[in-house]
Design a protein around this ligand. Sequence first.
Ligand SMILES: Nc1ncnc2c1ncn2[C@@H]1O[C@H](COP(=O)(O)OP(=O)(O)O)[C@@H](O)[C@H]1O
Ligand SMILES: CC(=O)OP(=O)(O)O
Ligand SMILES: [Mg+2]
Length: 399
Amino acid sequence: MNIFVVNCGSSSIKYQLFKWPSEEPICSGLVERIGLENSVITHKVYTSAGEQVIKRVLDLPDHEAGMQEVGALLTEPGIGVIQNPEEIEAVGHRIVHGGESFVQTTIVTPEVKEEIKRLAILAPLHNPGHYVGINVAQKIFSKATHVVVFDTAFHATMPEKAFRYAIPESFYTDYGVRVYGFHGTSHKYVSEQAIAYLEKPDAKIITIHLGNGCSMAAVDAGVCVDTSMGLGPLDGLIMGTRCGNIDPSVVFFLVSQLGYDIAQVDNLFNKQSGMLGLTGFSDMRDILKAIDAGDEKAKLAYDMYAYRIKKYIGSYAVAMNGLDAIIFTAGVGENDDYLREAVCAGMDFTGIKLDTEKNHKRAKGLREVNLPDSKVKVLIVPTNEELEIAKECFELLEK
Ligand SMILES: Nc1ncnc2c1ncn2[C@@H]1O[C@H](COP(=O)(O)OP(=O)(O)O)[C@@H](O)[C@H]1O
Ligand SMILES: CC(=O)OP(=O)(O)O
Ligand SMILES: [Mg+2]
């Protein structure tokens, strides 16, 4: 079976085509910097002779333009991996927010699409892209069964003391106002990889997913017990354009003193804040360049970003009463060695001792970058949300 997986992030589309059940990747790709100048498509075709990489720079204003470009690449003469889009039998879509209605992997129906669209109120940076992604993919892969896999699913195991907010109960019971948590497919995938690597099914692990959106999870014996994002993907860590954890008093101040309306507050916190608000750049590579050029604001923002992660490591280690491993994953977590160093610096009392030399080495795959006497393993585990989604997709269709 050919399973095509689409992961529309806030600024990117990741996609991968798999042969299933052999789990063989046929091609994959990444559309980056959507909505910014010079969007880049990196498309990889896997053959017995090796990997063929096709890179194209073009301006892609939105997810729709990106998806169309991806569809054309799959069948392009010379590099195409299929003759006809009808050869794709299933498409798995990554969906950030399924609200109370959807937690389990589900086949796309018009009702499912409407609910995903409606939930854009809770995930304004993601659900609109997902909705467009499903519609465009349904046109291109019209013969395929389309399936949605939710970011929230892995967090459904959290105990009530972790997922409830300290506001009157009726907001939870009547309206579902609670912590949902996101990036679940990634937290699940990397924690399972680490458990297998450590050969320790009862390991206490903190997963640190640092992409454009950033979140952490406390995973005890394979089960998520807490996570840093909340009702929507805005709480917790400092992100590319999102502020993360902030005192709600700031909202009162913006509204009562500065005359903001709620749409402006939403726009400020989701799109103009985080690293963008602090430095003028949302992409960590631009921030690293600015730091190199002596930009003090960029340096402060980087320190703040790392400091926020440290605080969650501390609280999750205490919440689980122990810690066997921390995992860095996603764009920043996997690639930014200076950030990993900044997070792990001065944490010896927790048992975390980074091997700076190993940490700076460029390498692929799961790797351990702690010193031999570190009580806590420091792991870099490349996430593979696409593989996990294909797996969920296949399991559903098999039933
Ligand atoms: N070599 C690198 N060094 C530092 N940051 C990097 C590097 N490569 C990618 N990133 C950062 O990773 C982030 C995107 O991560 P990704 O997981 O692809 O995000 P998303 O899925 O949310 O779109 C960007 O901020 C980008 O700057
Ligand atoms: C939930 C979320 O923030 O996703 P992303 O990192 O893809 O923006
Ligand atoms: Mg992502």
